[in-house]
Write a protein that binds this ligand. Structure first.
Ligand code: LLP
Length: 383
C-alpha cells in the first residue's frame, strides 16, 4: 500500500484489504491442491468476515468453516455454498443448530456427547439428519502461544481419544445423526511443519484402529493453524502452501474416496490486510518518545491480548523521504496501559498527521474490534 492509495478524506482508523494479494494467495492455494482431488479447503470465517473479502474467497471456490449461527448466515449471504459449510464450536446453541440444519450445511464438528444428543433431538424434531464429525483432541503440541493452542488434553476442545470409539458407536445408533468422520485442530500461528507431521501420524494411528473396528471414515478434517511471517511481511507475503499441503500429501494415508478437509483462516487473509491510522501526537515523555495514533486496542487487540507484533510503516515519512529516525513507543488512545502496539521501535522521524499502517492485520483484526470507550468500529476499504 502507498500513501497515494490512501484517500485523505478517508476517516481513520480503517482496515485496508489488498484484493490483488488476496487473489495471489488464493491462487497459490489452488495450485498447491490442484493434484490432490481429495483435498477440500475451507476458509475459517472467524479470521475475517468482511463481506468483500468473503465474496472473493467464496468466488475462488473455498468452503467456509463457521463457529456460530451468525457466521453461517454471513458466509451463505456472501456467496459460500451451504454444502461446503462446516460448523464447529464447543457451545452451539439450539437456534444455531436449527439454523445450520435449515440451511443444509455439510457437517457439524461435534465436541461432546452432550452436544451430540441435542443435535440428534433437534434434527429428529425437524425431520432432518445431521452429518457429524467428531472433533478429537489429538494431544499434539503445536508449540504456539498458550492462548491459541487447542490440541492438548488440558484444553476445553474436543473429545478425548479414549472416548472416541464409544462416541462413534453411539452416533451410529442415532436416527437424527449420520456419522461422517473426524475433525482435528491443534492450534494457530504454527510456523513449523513438525506439529502437522505429528498430527498426520496420530491420525494414521487412529484410522488404523478404527478400520480394525470396521469403522470407515468418509472425511477427515485437519483444521487450520498455518502461521504467517509477522516480522517480515514483505519477504513472505504468501505462506508456503506447497510445503503445508505437501506435508499432508506425503504423510497422511487416505483411503480411496476419503476426503481431507482443511480450515485455514490466518494464512489466507492476514497479509492482505493492514490497519491504517493517523498520528495524533508525537509526545516527548521523560525517557521516551510516544507516537499516539488514532487506532487502539479496540481496533486491533492482538498486541494487547497476545503480545503480537504488527509491523508499523510510516507512509507519509516515506513519501517525504524523511532521512532522520527516532525510537518510539507507538500507542493508542484507549485508557488502558496495555493499549500499546509496539515499544522501542525505530521509525523515520514522525509528525502529527502522518499515516502509519500496521501490517499483517487481515486476520483476527477487524473482526475482533470492539466498542470499548464508546468508540466507533473501524471501517474498511477493499481495493
Ligand atoms: N479451525 C478451528 C476449529 C479453529 O478453532 C481455528 C482457529 C481455525 C480452524 C483457524 O485457524 P487459523 O488457520 O486461523 O490458525 N484470535 C487468535 C487466533 C485464534 C484462533 C482460533 N481458532 C489470534 O489473533 O491469533
Amino acid at each position: 500500500m502507498t500513501i497515494s492509495s490512501h484517500s485523505e478524506n478517508q476517516h481513520t482508523p480503517y482496515y485496508h484489504y489488498d484484493s490483488g494479494l488476496l487473489a495471489q494467495t488464493l491462487d497459490s492455494i489452488r495450485r498447491a491442491v490442484a493434484d490432490a482431488p481429495a483435498f477440500r479447503v475451507h476458509f475459517a470465517v472467524k479470521a475475517c468476515a468482511t463481506p468483500a473479502v468473503l465474496r472473493q474467497i467464496a468466488a475462488a471456490g473455498l468452503g467456509a468453516d463457521c463457529v456460530s449461527g451468525g457466521e453461517i448466515i454471513r458466509a451463505v449471504e456472501q456467496g459460500f455454498d451451504p454444502s461446503k459449510v462446516v460448523f464447529a464450536g464447543v457451545g452451539k446453541s439450539d437456534w444455531e443448530i436449527r439454523e445450520a440444519l435449515t440451511r443444509g450445511i455439510a457437517t457439524f464438528n461435534v465436541e461432546s456427547l452432550e452436544e451430540l444428543e441435542v443435535i440428534n433431538d433437534i434434527a429428529i424434531a425437524m425431520g432432518a439428519v445431521a452429518s457429524v464429525a467428531f472433533r478429537i483432541n489429538p494431544n499434539v503440541d503445536a508449540h504456539t502461544h498458550e492462548k491459541i493452542t487447542t490440541g492438548l488434553n488440558e484444553n476445553k476442545f474436543g473429545i478425548a481419544m479414549e472416548d472416541m470409539l464409544p462416541a462413534i458407536r453411539k452416533a451410529q445408533e442415532m436416527s437424527g445423526i449420520r456419522f461422517v468422520g473426524l475433525h482435528f485442530h491443534i492450534g494457530s500461528q504454527i510456523t513449523s511443519f513438525e506439529p502437522f507431521e505429528a498430527l498426520c501420524h496420530r491420525i494414521n494411528e487412529l484410522t488404523d484402529a478404527l478400520r480394525n473396528e470396521n469403522i470407515h471414515l468418509q472425511s477427515i478434517n485437519v483444521g487450520g493453524g498455518l502461521g504467517i511471517d509477522y516480522e517480515h511481511p514483505e519477504d513472505h507475503p504468501i505462506p508456503d502452501f506447497e510445503g503445508y499441503f505437501g506435508t499432508f500429501k506425503r504423510l497422511l494415508r487416505l483411503e480411496p474416496g476419503q476426503e481431507l478437509h482443511f480450515e485455514l483462516g490466518r494464512a489466507v487473509v492476514a497479509q492482505s490486510g493492514s490497519l491504517v491510522t493517523r498520528v495524533l501526537y508525537v509526545k516527548k515523555g521523560v525517557q521516551k518518545r510516544f507516537i499516539i495514533v488514532d487506532a487502539g486496542m479496540t481496533d486491533l487487540v492482538r498486541p494487547a491480548m497476545y503480545g503480537s507484533f504488527h509491523k508499523p510503516e510510516n507512509l507519509s515519512a516515506a513519501e517525504r523521504h524523511e532521512e532522520l529516525t527516532d525510537t518510539y513507543d507507538i500507542v493508542g488512545p484507549i485508557c488502558e496501559s496495555s493499549d500499546v502496539f509496539v515499544k522501542g521501535y525505530v521509525l523515520p522521524r514522525t509528525q502529527r498527521g502522518d499515516i502509519i499502517v500496521f501490517k499483517s492485520a487481515g486476520a483476527y483484526g477487524e473482526i475482533m474490534a470492539c466498542q470499548y470507550n464508546c468508540r466507533p468500529l473501524p471501517g474498511s476499504v477493499f481495493e
